[in-house]
Design a protein around this ligand. Structure first.
Ligand SMILES: NC(=O)C1=CN([C@@H]2O[C@H](COP(=O)(O)OP(=O)(O)OC[C@H]3O[C@@H](n4cnc5c(N)ncnc54)[C@H](O)[C@@H]3O)[C@@H](O)[C@H]2O)C=CC1
Ligand SMILES: O=C(CO)COP(=O)(O)O
Length: 318
């Protein structure tokens, strides 16, 4: 049995995709009301109303029901991952974090957060270019499964691959996590550029220099270049910086247009930009786009000043 902890868009989509293969899947929602509603309607009305649940997909709000799982997917926003891990009884079930970001309080990514309290438990991360809505209706999608232990990784890869969800594996958890976290920051930047009406050329420049910033950060923290140029890095960067289906991109659009944005929407890049800026300061790293995104979110700058500052930086080699 596979347990999916978190019945938001991503957890629900993964539960549906895996359940379609006939596997025994239990989806855990933290509220009784949501679990009951999903069980009754056989869909997640709030997050994925157009994706009916396969008959075999079970729904619960009782964490005990997922304790027998042989694999646990943790699909909650990154800033809540630590709290969710703490709710689970310790054991030897592999924990697969399905979230993207850097924790503000610790500067850690998903596997680092899990290792803080579950050092002996296998920790992996599932990341890459995929909108929940696409996965839920069975559109073809390719993702990265990162786990330091290659034997566990190969087993998880085969367990979680479906005819429409193709997983590539890597032992480079740092690269996969950094790619997934930082692409959201760059998506906010690209959204802001488009929202301010600066045009497609400016967005392409932001995306490309954003990727250069990701590579600079990655090289300092030991990420492999091929991971950053793979699905979890460049792949997800391209998707998120160019599609209005992305919440990070839409948040950026609202910043660029100076419009309000629903604070209840999950926007992982906002906290991650702050966390990354702190890490970069400590490591004496130059991260101009991350710094600009943080300043825009905090209201410390506006687009015209931010662009002028970026354009007037000292000239250098590419
Ligand atoms: N939505 C998407 O298309 C994709 C999302 N992701 C990642 O998946 C992660 C989760 O995002 P979504 O499912 O999209 O978010 P969401 O906003 O759709 O749902 C978040 C879920 O987490 C639950 N949650 C929030 N705080 C919690 C807490 N303290 N304890 C337990 N549960 C809590 C909420 O009840 C909700 O069910 C994020 O890191 C996101 O980057 C990754 C790929 C695609
Ligand atoms: O991570 C995603 C696509 O791979 C989803 O992006 P958003 O969180 O910006 O919606």
């Amino acid at each position: 049995m596979i347990g999916v902890v978190g019945a938001g868009a991503f957890g629900t989509a993964l539960a549906i995709a895996l359940s379609k293969t006939g596997k025994d899947i239990v989806l855990w929602a933290r509220s009784d009301r949501q679990a009951h509603e999903m069980a009754e309607l056989r869909c997640n009305r709030v997050y994925l109303p157009d994706a009916p649940f396969p008959d075999g997909l079970r729904v619960t709000s009782d964490l005990n029901e997922v304790t027998a799982a042989t694999t646990l997917l943790l699909a909650v926003p990154l800033q809540h991952l630590r709290g969710v891990v703490d709710l689970l009884s310790p054991g030897d079930t592999p924990l697969v974090a399905c979230c993207k970001g850097i924790e503000l309080a610790s500067g850690k990514g998903p596997t680092g957060i899990i290792a803080d309290t579950r050092r002996d438990q296998t920790a992996a991360v599932l990341t890459g270019p995929s909108f929940a809505a696409d996965i839920a209706i069975g559109r073809p999608t390719a993702l990265t499964l990162a786990c330091a232990d290659d034997t566990a990784s190969a087993s998880l890869q085969s367990t979680l691959t479906t005819p429409s969800l193709r997983l590539y594996r890597t032992t480079d958890t740092i690269g996969a996590e950094l790619g997934g976290a930082l692409k959201n920051v760059m998506a906010i930047a690209c959204g802001a550029v488009m929202g301010a009406g600066l045009g497609d050329s400016a967005r392409a420049a932001t995306l490309t220099r954003g990727f250069a910033e990701m590579q600079r950060i990655g090289s300092v923290f030991g990420a492999r270049p091929e991971t950053l140029s793979g699905l979890s890095g460049l792949g997800d960067l391209v998707l998120t910086c160019t599609s209005e289906l992305s919440r990070n991109y839409r948040f950026g659009l609202s910043l660029g247009r100076r419009e309000a944005f629903d604070p209840k929407t999950t926007v992982e890049g906002a906290a991650t930009a702050k966390a990354m800026l702190q890490i970069a300061r400590d490591a004496n790293l130059d991260v101009p786009i991350t710094k600009t995104v943080t300043a825009l979110i905090d209201g410390d700058t506006q687009i015209p000043e931010a662009i002028a500052e970026l354009m007037q930086r000292p000239l250098k080699e590419e």
